[in-house]
Ligand binder design. Structure first.
Ligand SMILES: *[C@@H]1O[C@H](CO)[C@@H](O)[C@H](O)[C@H]1NC(C)=O
Ligand SMILES: *[C@@H]1O[C@H](CO)[C@@H](O)[C@H](O)[C@H]1NC(C)=O
Ligand SMILES: *[C@@H]1O[C@H](CO)[C@@H](O)[C@H](O)[C@H]1NC(C)=O
Ligand SMILES: *[C@@H]1O[C@H](CO)[C@@H](O)[C@H](O)[C@H]1NC(C)=O
Ligand SMILES: *[C@@H]1O[C@H](CO)[C@@H](O)[C@H](O)[C@H]1NC(C)=O
Ligand SMILES: *[C@@H]1O[C@H](CO)[C@@H](O)[C@H](O)[C@H]1NC(C)=O
Ligand SMILES: *[C@@H]1O[C@H](CO)[C@@H](O)[C@H](O)[C@H]1NC(C)=O
Ligand SMILES: *[C@@H]1O[C@H](CO)[C@@H](O)[C@H](O)[C@H]1NC(C)=O
Length: 383
């Protein structure tokens, strides 16, 4: 911990003491089932990028939907499971309507621990990458259209060199007629639109980007999910850390918003709104407000780091120390409260995802069982 960090942080103390208000009125709304869902805010540019070894995500741009994210100058943004049922996850507040998502990352080690990149729309179109902590040779790519979990050969495992040890470049190039999945510049999978149930289940609606880690092998989950995750999580081995060095996202359009004009969930039903300005500014390399980034950097420091900063100072101005000690306690209390809330959040924020995965794995397991017993592919329908 460098003392110089303190001086960088000092001007920010004022900002911490000032309460921030951030209206969060958005709630999940599936445009195929409900009318009047809010428009999706578009990214609307090419090559939004953020280097997480030196920059912090803005809460305007990324919503932490469970847990907290740690930052490390070497590893970047860390998604850490320290104890049972933690599942730090972030979700972009922007959407892309086709485009590219590049993530330079290292998956978490640990049996039953799942690291993931998910590109997901409001009606559950989804493209994803998943790493199983106990598998150091493969990564899975998968997709869903309109939340259809019927499993044929959508999930594919690909070889990759020790993804829990080495950072790799996982890029998804999502286009109207096909999606290319790249690892370090090599195409490892191409999904053509027509392969996806004749195009009907091809991901085709404005989607956000989610990064996170979750205990797929938590004993609370059903046996299929635990099995898919590679076995039960042994929390004695925690912490389990997924680390993201950088993210680059391109939106294929230059829109400011996307409007779902009907309930078909088809790409044609999406109205591209070309306003003058996105509802929020960007962070990272596209930030126009470096001061805000400093404030966020400070807020994003872990409680221990903050305490370490305070404690390493020693003889600086007494008044400053007084203020800082106050903040220290305040932040620490806030931190504890946050953690309790974060734990509770697992149920709320992840339950839906888990239910989705569980169903997918249940169907897959049943299918496998039926194939083995010679019943053929449709046996699961009996249940
Ligand atoms: C949307 O509606 C479909 C069909 O009515 C239903 O199967 C699905 O569970 C609903 N999804 C949500 C998220 O409500
Ligand atoms: C965005 O970045 C990609 C990859 O680095 C590059 O190939 C492309 O030319 C860039 N596009 C624009 C519009 O800058
Ligand atoms: C951000 O910009 C810096 C300086 O131009 C560049 O070195 C870095 O690669 C960029 N980061 C990303 C993630 O594109
Ligand atoms: C951010 O996530 C929280 C927790 O899931 C949610 O309550 C809130 O509505 C989200 N905010 C936005 C802007 O999406
Ligand atoms: C990793 O996954 C691949 C693909 O499913 C599988 O062939 C391999 O046996 C797995 N390795 C371990 C250690 O589970
Ligand atoms: C990551 O891979 C994509 C796809 O091959 C490529 O366009 C991009 O330049 C790569 N990014 C870096 C930082 O190498
Ligand atoms: C779900 O996908 C399966 C497999 O592609 C397909 O047979 C089925 O018709 C799809 N269901 C819906 C509601 O689109
Ligand atoms: C916005 O611009 C795109 C591309 O120029 C165009 O296809 C689309 O129709 C425009 N949207 C509206 C609502 O005018």
């Amino acid at each position: 911990m460098h003392i110089s960090t303190l001086f960088g942080a000092l001007p920010v103390l004022i900002a911490i003491l000032t309460p921030t208000t951030f209206a969060q009125t958005w709630s999940f709304c599936n445009p195929m089932n409900q009318t009047g869902c809010p428009n999706d805010i578009a990214l609307g540019i090419s090559n939004y990028s953020i280097d997480l070894t030196s920059q912090i995500m803005s809460t305007d741009v990324w919503n932490t939907t469970a847990g907290t994210i740690n930052y490390d100058f070497k590893e970047g943004a860390q998604f850490i499971i320290e104890k049972k049922l933690e599942s730090p996850t972030i979700q972009s507040n922007f959407h892309i309507f086709f485009g590219q998502v590049e993530v330079i990352m290292k998956a978490a080690l640990g049996q039953g621990v799942v690291s993931s990149i998910v590109i997901q729309s409001d009606d559950l179109d989804e493209i994803d990458w998943e790493w199983i902590g106990g598998n150091q040779t493969h990564v899975q790519t998968n997709y869903f259209g309109k939340g259809n979990t019927t499993s044929y050969d959508r999930a594919i495992w690909h070889e990759v060199q020790t993804p829990q040890e080495l950072y790799h470049n996982y890029t998804t190039d999502w286009q109207k007629d096909k999606t290319d999945f790249y690892i370090d510049g090599q195409v490892i999978r191409t999904l053509k639109k027509e392969e996806a149930n004749g195009g009907k289940n091809y991901p085709q609606t404005p989607a956000d980007v989610r990064l996170g880690i979750w205990p797929g092998g938590d004993p609370k989950n059903n046996e299929y999910t635990i099995e898919w995750a590679g076995g039960a999580v042994d929390y004695e081995q925690a912490p389990f850390t997924m680390a993201v060095k950088s993210v680059r996202v391109s939106d294929a359009s230059t829109a400011t918003e996307y409007h779902w004009s009907d309930q078909t969930g088809s790409m044609e039903s999406i109205e591209v709104i070309n306003g003058t300005k996105r509802a929020f500014g960007l962070d990272g390399n596209n930030s126009v407000s470096p001061a805000q980034t400093a404030a966020q950097r400070w807020r994003a420091l872990s409680d221990t780091a903050k305490i370490a900063i305070f404690c390493s100072v020693g003889g600086v101005l007494l008044v400053a120390m007084g203020i800082m000690a106050f903040c220290c306690i305040k932040q620490r209390r806030a931190g504890k409260k946050e953690r309790v809330l974060a734990d509770a959040e697992f149920e709320k924020g992840t339950a839906e995802l888990l239910a989705f995965r569980a169903e997918m794995n249940r169907q897959r397991a049943l299918r496998m069982q039926d194939t083995k017993s010679g019943l053929g592919g449709n046996g699961y329908q009996k249940f």
